[in-house]
Design a binder for this molecule. Structure first.
Ligand code: AHR
Length: 504
């Protein structure tokens, strides 16, 4: 690293609208995996648990995080899950093998508990049905239990279980990562396209108001990527609303500059899936456009994960409880900016997962809950991004990376609230040198730079922990003035930034 001066420019213009900010991009994911549910959101023995076993301190952090929608109950878990194991009297619920993570599932937490938790957390539920070991009938049963008002066996069962009104769950995922060899019940593209179409068709008969997400590729490196989406949509274009994308970014598998440029990979992945969707739409002569649901994304030190092998069958073993650094938080912030830049097509996005398992929130068994570094850019973006996404065209230095070639050092996106005229410029400095950014805000009219929030640290490897939960947190820099519609700010090396412009 050297201290050579680097300069960049960007303009803000309310005319450059991409699409409204979709609140559903601030989604998250709760899977029956590790300590996400048991010991995470639900822990009846914990001092902070309420009478239903829901951890109140975790709920408070979930609300602070600003999560809008939560996908449940998996993930790989769902592909061998029987949803009805998790309803009705606790004492009658079966203990089962969790095949995805080779551990035991008590079923103490299920559909009803999740819906109670969702109401407390003020989030929209996004349910996944099992298309691994199960099919059309069980997906229909689950939907009937959840959304049918009453007068049938399953809807009356829900009422008997205490939910008089239908849950009215709108978002449904048709299976999970069905292309993956690790998935119980893996499918070929054709097999999946057919079962997705038939399940969707039947589910819509029960409730025409639902929105359906077909499972796309598990990541852009899958051998079948592209072909999977094309075949799926040739079979199910008319039946589904969204195609899912999943991608995890592993800091251990690339050099630091390549990892810091993870947003470039996500950006290309999104563009490629949009192209495939539109190509099939054109081939089928459809005007309907398929939306994108990026329903698993995050930083994950995946190469450190060891498969369960023949581990003993135990309850909720701690799995992939990665500690996140400042660099990881900057990458997470950049990934969110990338999702916002594609607001015209990415309608839903879920950071995976919410608590303990590669998560912004961590808990200690009998102890506290705390915010990981990655909590901060998520919470701030969810809070500050309002109104409409504005396209920005930053100009600045580029640098070489081993994995992705030359990449821009600066990543930006802006949002503007048409009601108040308030505008926020989000900027990530991916380089390991500070960047002097000159912002041309003349098109915003008479404006002031109200606040410059930064997440950066002289030690980019710093983390938060139970002992030091506030070691890494955002800080506010006293902003420079806006002169003649322009202002200058310094973006620290490896930093996530939010610049709030208010009308004067
Ligand atoms: O989030 C962890 C796992 O990653 C999910 O269960 C699966 O869908 C993905 O492979």
């Amino acid at each position: 690293m050297n201290d050579a001066r680097q300069e960049a420019t960007v303009s803000l213009d309310p005319a450059f609208e991409v699409a409204p900010v979709n609140r559903r991009v601030f989604g998250s994911f709760v899977e029956h995996m590790g300590r996400c549910v048991y010991g995470g959101i639900y822990d009846p023995g914990h001092p902070h648990a309420d009478e239903r076993g829901l951890r109140a301190d975790v709920l408070e952090l979930v609300r602070e995080l600003g999560v809008s929608v939560v996908r449940y109950p998996g993930g790989n878990f769902v592909s061998s899950y029987r949803w009805e194991d998790g309803i009705g009297p606790l004492a009658e619920r079966p203990r089962r093998l969790n095949l995805a993570w080779r551990c035991l599932e008590t079923n103490a937490f299920g559909l009803g508990e999740f819906m109670d938790w969702a109401a407390e957390a003020d989030i929209e539920p996004m349910m996944t049905v099992n298309l691994g070991t199960r099919g059309v009938a069980e997906a229909c049963d689950m939907l009937e239990y959840c959304n049918h008002p009453g007068g049938t066996h399953l809807s009356d069962l829900r009422r008997k279980h205490g939910a008089a009104d239908p849950y009215d769950i709108k978002l449904w995922c048709l299976g999970n990562e069905m292309d993956g060899p690790w998935q119980v019940g893996q499918k070929t593209p054709h097999e999946y396209g057919r079962i997705a179409a038939e399940t969707a068709k039947a589910m819509r008969i029960i409730d025409p108001s639902i929105e359906l997400v077909a499972a796309g590729s598990s990541n852009s490196g899958m051998a079948t990527f592209g072909q999977w989406e094309a075949t799926l949509l040739e079979n199910a274009y008319d039946q589904v609303d969204y195609v899912s994308l999943h991608h995890y970014f592993d800091p251990d598998t690339t050099d630091a500059d390549s990892f810091l440029a993870s947003g470039v990979v996500m950006d290309r992945f999104i563009s490629d899936v949009v192209s495939t969707c539109d190509a099939i739409g054109a081939k089928l002569r459809r005007t309907k456009r398929i939306g994108l649901s990026f329903d698993e994304w995050n930083v994950w030190y995946q190469s450190r994960f060891t498969e369960p092998g023949d581990r003993e069958w135990i309850d909720s073993p701690a799995l992939i409880e990665d500690d996140y650094s400042v660099t990881d938080a900057v990458v997470v912030g950049d990934l969110l900016l990338t999702l916002l830049r594609h607001a015209d097509r990415v309608a839903i996005a879920n950071q995976a997962q919410l608590v303990n398992v590669i998560a912004p929130i961590r808990t200690a068994g009998d102890g506290p809950a705390w915010r990981q570094t990655v909590f901060h850019p998520f919470a701030l973006t969810a809070r500050l991004a309002r109104g409409v996404v504005l396209r920005t065209e930053p100009r600045g230095p580029r640098h070489d990376t081993d994995a992705h070639g030359e990449v821009p050092a600066l990543s930006t996106v802006a949002t503007r609230d048409p009601e108040t005229g308030a505008c926020v410029l989000f900027a990530v400095n991916r380089s390991r040198q500070p960047l002097d950014l000159s912002v041309d805000a003349r098109a915003l009219g008479d404006t002031t730079l109200a606040e410059h929030i930064v997440l950066a640290d002289s030690d980019a490897s710093a983390t938060n922990s139970a002992a030091e939960p506030e070691r890494v947190r955002p800080r506010t820099i006293t902003p420079s003035g806006v002169d003649g519609g322009r202002c200058a700010v310094r973006l620290p090396a490896v930093s996530w930034n939010a610049l709030r412009f208010n009308p004067r």
